[in-house]
Design a protein around this ligand. Sequence first.
Ligand code: ADP
Length: 222
Amino acid sequence: MSLIIAEDLQKEYNGSAERVAALRGVSLEIEQGEFVAVIGPSGSGKSTLLSVIGALNHPTRGRVVVDGIDIYALPAERRADFRREYIGFVFQSFQLVPYLTVVENVMVPLAVSDASSAQKKAMAMSILESVGLGNKSNRLPDELSGGEQERVAIARALVNHPPIILADEPTGNLDSATGEGIMALLLALNEAGHTIIMVTHNQENVRYARRTIRMRDGRVGA
Ligand code: ADP
């Protein structure tokens, strides 16, 4: 069975003036270990799809089944557990906590873990090494460049070793060299077995993915 199965997803938002149909019947399957790019015009529903797959945004209709779990059939609390265990989010806005150091930021998702604080710190340091920031772990976020902050956000998303990484414009505000570094990191993670779904406008980024899903007007297709 596919790792991720989306069945006839529909999502309507009730805006102040009108209802917006962001997803109009999206069905897709993603296998364990895939690296998928989601492309399409602005407003076509890409971010909505990512947040629905990531258990963050209840669809109006349809199902998402991940590893055999029908995620929106779970009570909210168990859905939050599911998210922590399975999903790492890399968003465009990094939303690091400004008054925590780099290593403390990366440890945030471990707050609920049973590990000792020394173990948590060791896990955070190990992932920071892998994104090339082991030597900046005691800095505050605003003492880092934009690309470094993005790498901290990626480290934070990965510290739990989630099997699925959802990335929304991961190189959005970065210069091209830094963006390439982020893409190389995502590629290495994919080669290590993580399943990646990435929303992007950037043609260079699309080349890293092995499959492209094109969205238009809330549907998948040409
Ligand atoms: P994309 O990522 O392709 O730009 P989105 O999924 O962000 O598309 O948005 C799809 C549509 O849903 C757009 O018309 C957008 O304005 C609308 N939309 C997205 N989020 C909300 C929200 N929270 N409330 C109301 N409308 C929204």
